[in-house]
Design a protein around this ligand. Sequence first.
Ligand code: PHE
Length: 339
Amino acid sequence: MIHKIKELLKETEEFSVKSAEELESFRLKYLSKKGEISQLFNDFKNVPAELKKEVGQEINILKQFAQEKFDQFKAVIEDSQTGTETLDLTRPGEPLELGSRHPISIVRNEIISIFNRLGFTVAEGPEIEDDWHVFSALNFPPEHPARDMQDTFFIDKANEILLRTHTSSVQVRVMQNTKPPIRSIFPGRVFRNEAISARAHCIFHQVEGLYVAENVSFADLKQTLLYFAKEMFGEKTQIRLRPSYFPFTEPSAEMDVSCSICGGKGCNICKYSGWLEILGCGMVDPNVLESCGIDSEKYTGFAFGMGIERIAMLKFQIKDLRLYFENDVRFLRQFKSAY
Ligand code: PHE
């Protein structure tokens, strides 16, 4: 019997396993209930009493060895099947989808970066405002028809608390709190009581610009806006200023850029005019400077305000304003590679 055990030990030592099938035949041959080692335990009862101790020890050594060998081979084979050696358990199970910036954010960041290069800083103001900051300080007289230009959402009519209808209210706050020179832009959300359609929305975004210092002229305004237009829409872009009216600027103008889609030749985006309207602007009315505590004899300034949706519409040819607020991933996904 000792001889048989030694033989089996040698066999198991020499046994090499390369596949799951071979591993299974190793198990069947040596370790299963009907295998060689179980057989030895069965035969053990016939071993003479004086040899039982020695034989028992040898069988146990064999059993332990075979089991260890089986476990080792099993680990190697499982590794090669699942690639455990190179499996990084800290990696995410599902690939992480990269998000993308909203087109409004892309365009807002670009506008900010262009004006940063001209030395404009960025400031923000509250979305919930009072009548004074949105209208009165901006030279809208109480019964002036200009107030009808912007349909306002009131939060508390008695106390004249409302959602700002334009970012010009931030001009007022900044002028009240800052000594000129002031050179800042104010991006933000604005609200108007409009029926929602492809061309109008009750929430949209503006960027306001303000430059107040000594000797600021309309020529400075024009040059600043020309620089902006070329940076935003390309070096070949031209601008055109048309006389307009805002209560808080005098003189006032609306600015068009040459159509970046057809290059000014005329297309359906510019309605065959070759020009696209992008912003309102003008020289800050002396009344506004005075309302905000700035000496209008000493200082002059220009201001402008543009709609971010409008610029994004032109840049990305988005034809429906509602798309900006629906958060449909099929829309948002298209800006993945934009920035
Ligand atoms: N606040 C104006 C609007 O919302 C835009 C504007 C800003 C015009 C600054 C002139 C100067 O339409």
